[in-house]
Write a protein that binds this ligand. Structure first.
Ligand code: PAF
Length: 281
């Protein structure tokens, strides 16, 4: 009979329970409030690995001082019910004190890839992400770790970090899961009021409109950025932070598209900041 799911909150407990798991071990790091996007990563991990570990930790070091750390949605009981029903073996729910005890002073910083896009607008964000991901990996020691393509720059930065630091974990990237109207699933969608929620469908429409233009032969980066902008600006509840058309590998803005390209956006609806992207190949 399968052992019931175990929940660990201190590092010693995590290490001893981890040592009992059969290989290969798959890992899905999350900040909780699990939606179908997270569940798709967990499903993939369950399919591909013998044991699966999920972490739930709202990592304070990746939030800026004016960001939504205090209000970030949480539902541990609901999350645990979902994880148990999916056959997850071990859940790691550390506290901030466990992750960042007094006197903490070590950080992981990926240099160039973190400069544009999210890194430019959210200073320190990726330093917090990469540091916590290394700490989570060091506790869980996964063979494979699963991340969503929705956070495209996060994925690029984590891949770079695992290569640079010789971390023996395979990074598996899973497709964006969308609501029926195309809105990418995100825990932050819970902040949207009904009008904002309806308006937010414009994001995917704008990205697909640009993808169609690309399909018809448009290769000018600025023209694609303008196409996306014009459609989003027409939605009065949307306030654009950036529209980017960048090289998929370097994340540098493109004048002319020649290879794999990341079209990505950050847009406010009221105080809620949403990101989305589409890959042009
Ligand atoms: O993508 C997220 O939910 C977070 O950035 C992660 C990877 C769990 C690190 O806190």
């Amino acid at each position: 009979m399968k052992k019931p799911m175990v929940v660990a909150t201190i590092l010693e407990e995590l290490r001893s329970e981890r040592s009992l798991l059969s290989e290969p071990v798959g890992f899905v790091p999350t900040m909780g409030y699990l939606h179908d996007g997270h569940l798709s990563l967990i499903r993939r991990a369950v399919e591909e690995c013998v044991s699966v570990v999920v972490s739930i930790f709202v990592n304070p070091t990746q939030f800026g001082p004016k960001e939504d750390l205090a209000t970030y949605p949480r539902d541990i009981e609901g999350d645990l019910r979902k994880l148990e029903s999916m056959g997850v073996n071990l859940v790691w729910i550390p506290t901030s004190e466990v992750m960042y005890p007094g006197g903490y002073q070590t950080w992981v910083d990926v240099e160039t890839l973190t400069l544009p896009l999210e890194g430019k607008l959210r200073p320190g964000h990726f330093r917090g992400v990469t540091t916590v991901v290394v700490k989570l990996f060091n506790g869980v020691l996964p063979g494979k770790a699963y991340f969503g393509q929705k956070d495209a720059q996060q994925v690029a930065v984590i891949r770079q970090m695992t290569r640079d630091l010789n971390i023996p974990t395979e990074i598996v990237v899973c497709p964006i899961i969308r609501e029926p109207d195309g809105l990418a699933m995100s825990s932050r969608n819970a902040y949207l009021d009904p009008d904002q929620r309806k308006a937010a469908a414009v994001l995917f429409l704008a990205l697909t409109n640009a993808k169609d233009a690309y399909g018809k032969g448009e290769r000018n980066g600025e023209n694609l950025r303008v196409l996306v902008r014009e459609m989003i600006v027409a939605e009065s509840l949307a306030e654009i932070q950036y529209v980017s058309c960048a090289d998929f590998g370097t994340l540098q803005e493109l004048d002319t598209l020649t290879g794999k390209t990341l079209l990505s956006i950050a847009v406010f609806f009221g105080k809620t900041r949403l990101i989305d992207n589409i890959v042009l190949v």
